[in-house]
Write a protein that binds this ligand. Structure first.
Ligand code: SF4
Length: 464
């Protein structure tokens, strides 16, 4: 059984309202346990011997429907799985899909190290954060255990990213584990042919393992039951990933597995692996990259928890990274930046004073349009609870009073700081013009509705 209401969690808490967890009451703490923003361990009383039974019971009752699995160690470790819902808007998705990019053991040393560095150094700034890649998948293409072990050693010496060791030969996996077991790699894969030997490796090294049965869910379930019966539950399921004609079956298999897992079928409630790089078996060059991106994007949305991919060209990486960022942004928490007055470039007394909201996507778009066009100005960010301009005007989060409050809190006096005493409202907030003039006593101009048009607007309208 799983609980999903604060009242149910509250029953197992000490009910002293002592506040040691930082919450004013046990009920408040219970509601944060349900939305997963707090952990049981943050209630010190619950860790006392007298509450051990309650702690253990709550741990079970609060466990996510889909098992959480950790791959790697230390700061770079990644956790996958852990979801409770089929649709993000019902709660949120936890633990973003992990992207592992492949290297193989037939690469020469320089090629190998260059590719690892490309994987681990990739960074793309997007809405206040960096999009990065998560893991390195080491494929054995030599069929030689020693060569595989040597490659695994080179990878471990070059990066701290988590690893996926890939071979269907248990002896080759064993050679890789001798080098890297202490990094807690994910091993890929146990199949109907090799499962006994792979299970022995998993028991010996305590590492998570992928079970693979392409397009055969009965066999996949049977493998999962067999592994669970011998105490191995850090499992990832690979139902097969096929491009083009096989895509429909692949997609349906992911849906069936996740629906059953969320519905409480614990035998298969494990994270799922997609392997978009199977596109390279059927296509070459740009076509393969295209199909790989298609598969990665589809299974990021429906319900791949970890993927193995090959294409690291930006045109292939960026679509799936942006989709992942969107899907795993918590819909309960607007993405916002601090409010206040920020200098772009080196503004002086004749520079424009531009108003925007603290919705992160709006802020970074406007900031980027201004700085990339070398427009020295004051960018004034109003706290609209992370809501964009048009919706904030409609919903009352962007008002004349809020704009005045923002200037007051920032200690920014437009009349004193500039010669023009003018502020520029976004075009989508034009209807606030009169109110803002009344409340602030400033001259208000209406800018374009799209910040990309600010440079042209400045040329034709700004002559202060
Ligand atoms: S620390 Fe524990 S007992 Fe104290 S208020 Fe928080 S949940 Fe309740």
């Amino acid at each position: 059984m799983k609980i999903n209401s604060p009242l149910q969690a509250y029953e197992y808490l000490p009910k002293t309202n002592c506040g040691d967890c930082g919450e004013p009451t046990c009920m408040a703490f219970a509601s944060h346990l349900i939305d997963r923003s707090r952990k049981l361990e943050e209630c010190p009383l619950l860790l006392d011997e007298g509450y051990k039974e309650n702690y253990d019971t709550l741990t079970g009752l609060l466990a996510p429907e889909i098992r959480e699995i950790t791959i790697g160690t230390g700061d770079h470790a990644i956790t996958i799985g852990g979801d409770d819902v089929l649709y993000r808007h019902k709660l949120t998705f936890f633990n973003k899909t992990a992207y592992a990019y492949d290297v193989c053991d037939t690469m020469d040393e320089k090629e190998l190290v260059d590719r690892i560095n490309k994987i681990q150094n990739f960074r793309k700034f997007y809405i206040g954060d960096f999009l990065t890649l998560d893991a390195v998948a080491i494929r054995c293409t030599s069929d030689d255990a020693d060569q595989f072990a040597h490659t695994v050693r080179t990878v471990t010496e070059t990066t701290e990213l988590p690893l996926v060791l890939c071979s269907l030969d248990a002896e080759i996996l064993a050679a890789g584990l001798l080098v890297a077991a202490d990094r807690r790699p994910l091993i890929y894969a146990a199949t109907t042919d090799n499962w006994r030997d792979v299970a022995q490796l998993v028991l010996a090294h305590h590492v998570p393992v992928v079970l693979s049965a392409p397009n055969d869910l009965d066999t996949l379930k049977s493998l999962a039951l067999t592994f669970a019966s011998i105490g191995i539950t850090d499992l990832v399921l690979d139902p097969g990933t096929f491009p083009e004609k096989g895509l429909r079956d692949s997609f349906e298999n992911f849906l069936k597995l996740r629906r059953a897992g969320i519905a409480g079928e614990t035998d298969i409630a494990y994270p799922l692996m997609a392997v978009p790089m199977t596109a390279w078996k059927e296509f070459d060059g740009v076509s393969a990259s295209y199909w790989e991106s298609v598969l990665a994007s589809i299974f990021t949305v429906r319900y791949g928890d970890i993927m193995i991919m090959h294409s690291i060209e930006p045109y292939s990486l960026l679509p799936e990274l942006h989709i992942r960022d969107t899907i795993y942004t918590d819909p309960r928490t607007p993405v916002m930046v601090d409010s206040g007055v920020f200098e772009i470039g080196s503004p002086d007394r004749r520079s424009p004073v531009i108003i925007t909201t603290n919705f992160a996507l709006t802020y970074y778009t406007v900031e980027s349009d201004l700085s990339s066009n070398a427009i020295d100005c004051y960018l004034c960010v109003v706290n609209t609870d992370g809501i964009g301009v048009e919706a904030a005007v409609a919903g009352g989060q962007l008002t004349a009073a809020k704009i005045k409050d923002m200037f007051d809190s920032a200690g920014f006096d437009v009349q004193e700081k500039t010669d023009h005493g003018t502020i520029i409202l976004p075009g989508l907030a034009a209807r606030l013009q009169g109110d803002v003039e009344d409340v602030t006593g400033l001259t208000v101009m209406i800018g374009p509705s799209d910040s990309g048009r600010i440079p042209k607007w400045m040329e034709s309208k700004w002559n202060c």
